[in-house]
Design a protein. Structure first.
Ligand code: HEM
Length: 486
């Protein structure tokens, strides 16, 4: 009896797995046949895993990668596949990418893989949708506007740059990825929490934050000791640290409430504490989103600029002249102001080109909320949809000599309208990056001091690799030569 029960359980188990396999793998295809409209061409690959591994296979981030290259040449710029455990439409087409981004919440919705929700938490703006997203985003946008209007905003970024570059004074080589991370972390932690690098809380948050980041790109196994489980714990610790800072500020505010001369801090947290449309957990999530959004992406962008400039002496020379001219109009140690920033026109071209060639964010995750007809094919409801930004950035029909780092191409571009479809390094539509200006400003100020004080050389075998999260395999070692301002 026990034996037959055992076999019954085994059979049911096998039947369940088979059913799961069919539902996951063939049902999307069968439904499509019933529906009548054809989805784009393509193939689903292996059961369950589909083509995920091939899609994620590392490749230089200034190239399309073998998977996209092969699929686009075989099926066209829009094709179907099976990725991240879901039937998927991959779009390497600027028009469809734009259409997807502009229809957020109507036809498509942000849809990051479930394990990412586990780490970021349900109140994170990066994963929130509909009204919750709108509410969080309104706060983000007004926070960025208020922060930018503060006089210490520029000077904090510049002081952080000077301190990093000062620490290089006796060095002939630095691992630039580490330096750029140090810079952007110190900037963002100051902007967001008002902390300086030497405060113990900064070190604690940095350690937890690194664990948190490693978890985001790890296998999502919640088993004690795995990077994923450690990341979930690290998030809880950061959350407690931020809550403790909030409590401390409230206590200080209560103590000094009678003292009208109390000087208000100018960080995100101070403003956030007075916002009554967000819960305590949402405020903590908000802080985490800002740290997460503003740290790795911006540091990668600086890496890209430094990497591509090392290969383009003429661009570097023109950049240097632009910054020397700005410096010439100022006192020796005078800080930069908004007028100076407006004069950095070639710098903006360099930054745009570094974004286009480096592809800090290769694609974003969306899903179709209903059946969507685009041109003559169907994007079925519930399918994952991946707009691949790097494909439009490197498309030779959209950018002449697309694989070449050529900042001058941006000189001819007169209006945003001409570029908003073929250049989307910050996404678009209602989820467009709220920190884009802050990120670009950080890079410009860093370059201002870097190009005037140093010459650098990279190593031939180190290049940006899309994993798809971009990384320099060797950390981008720079060989430095000091060149004091003349
Ligand atoms: C310069 C480097 C940066 C790049 C390349 C970048 C890129 C992006 C992209 C592509 C998105 C859209 C994601 C999506 O549609 O799913 C995004 C969203 C976001 N970014 Fe950035 N970002 C950068 C800097 C920053 C900075 C400095 C901050 C914070 C101060 C920030 C905070 C955010 C947040 C909170 C979101 C979510 C917005 C939403 O869902 O509405 N980013 N970023």
């Amino acid at each position: 009896m026990a034996g037959s029960t055992f076999w019954l359980v085994v059979l049911l188990g096998m039947f369940g797995s088979l059913l799961g396999f069919i539902l996951n793998h063939f049902l999307p295809l069968m439904l499509l046949r019933l529906n009548g409209s054809p989805p784009p061409k393509g193939s689903f690959g292996w059961p369950i895993l589909g083509q995920t591994l091939a899609f994620l296979k590392p490749h230089p981030s200034n190239s399309l990668g073998a998977f996209l290259q092969h699929h686009c040449s075989r099926y066209g710029k829009v094709f179907k596949s099976h990725l991240f455990l879901s039937p998927t439409i991959v779009s390497c087409d600027q028009e469809l990418n734009y259409f997807i981004l502009q229809n957020e919440g109507k036809l498509f919705e942000c849809s990051y893989p479930k394990p990412i929700h586990g780490i970021l938490g349900k109140s994170s703006m990066l994963v929130a949708v509909a009204d919750t997203h709108k509410r969080l985003r309104n706060v983000a946008v007004s926070l960025v506007t208020i922060t930018k209007s503060k006089p210490e905003f520029l000077s904090d970024i510049e002081a952080t740059t000077i301190s990093i570059l000062h620490s290089w004074k006796d060095k002939s080589q630095v691992i630039f990825c580490e330096e750029a991370r140090k810079f952007t972390f110190n900037v963002i932690v100051k902007q967001v929490l008002g902390l300086t690098p030497d405060e113990p809380q900064t070190t604690r948050i940095l350690e937890d934050f690194l664990t948190f980041m490693r978890g985001l790109i790890s296998l999502p196994l919640y088993i004690p000791g795995t990077p994923y489980a450690r990341a979930v714990k690290a998030r809880r610790r950061i959350s407690s640290t931020v809550k403790a800072i909030i409590e401390e500020r409230r206590r200080q505010a209560a103590e000094t409430s009678t003292n009208s001369s109390r000087s208000k801090r100018s960080d995100f947290l101070e403003i956030l504490m007075d916002v009554d449309t967000l819960s305590e957990d949402e405020k903590v999530s908000f802080i985490l989103d800002s740290l997460l959004g503003g740290y790795e992406t911006t540091s990668l962008l600086i890496n890209m600029a430094v990497y591509f400039l090392a290969q383009s002496p003429s661009a570097l020379q023109q950049l240097k002249v632009e910054h020397q001219n700005i410096r010439r109009g100022k006192q020796k140690d005078e800080y930069l102001n908004w007028e100076d920033y407006k004069k950095m026109e070639f710098t903006q071209n360099v930054i745009n080109e570094a974004l286009r060639c480096g592809n800090v964010v290769k694609f974003v995750h969306r899903k179709a909320l209903k059946d969507v007809k685009f041109r003559d094919y169907l994007i079925p409801s519930g399918w994952k949809v991946l707009p691949v930004f790097s494909a439009a950035h490197l498309d030779p029909s959209l950018h002449a000599s697309a694989l070449e780092f050529h900042p001058w191409r941006w000189e001819k571009i007169q209006s945003q309208d001409q570029t908003c479809k073929r250049f989307t390094p910050f996404g678009g539509g209602s989820r467009c990056c709220p920190g884009s200006e802050l990120g670009k400003l950080e890079v410009a100020i860093f370059l201002h001091h870097l190009v005037q004080n140093f010459r650098w050389r990279t190593e031939d075998d180190d290049q940006p690799i899309a994993f798809p999260y971009v990384e320099f395999q060797r950390g981008l070692p720079l060989h430095l030569e000091h060149c004091p301002i003349n």
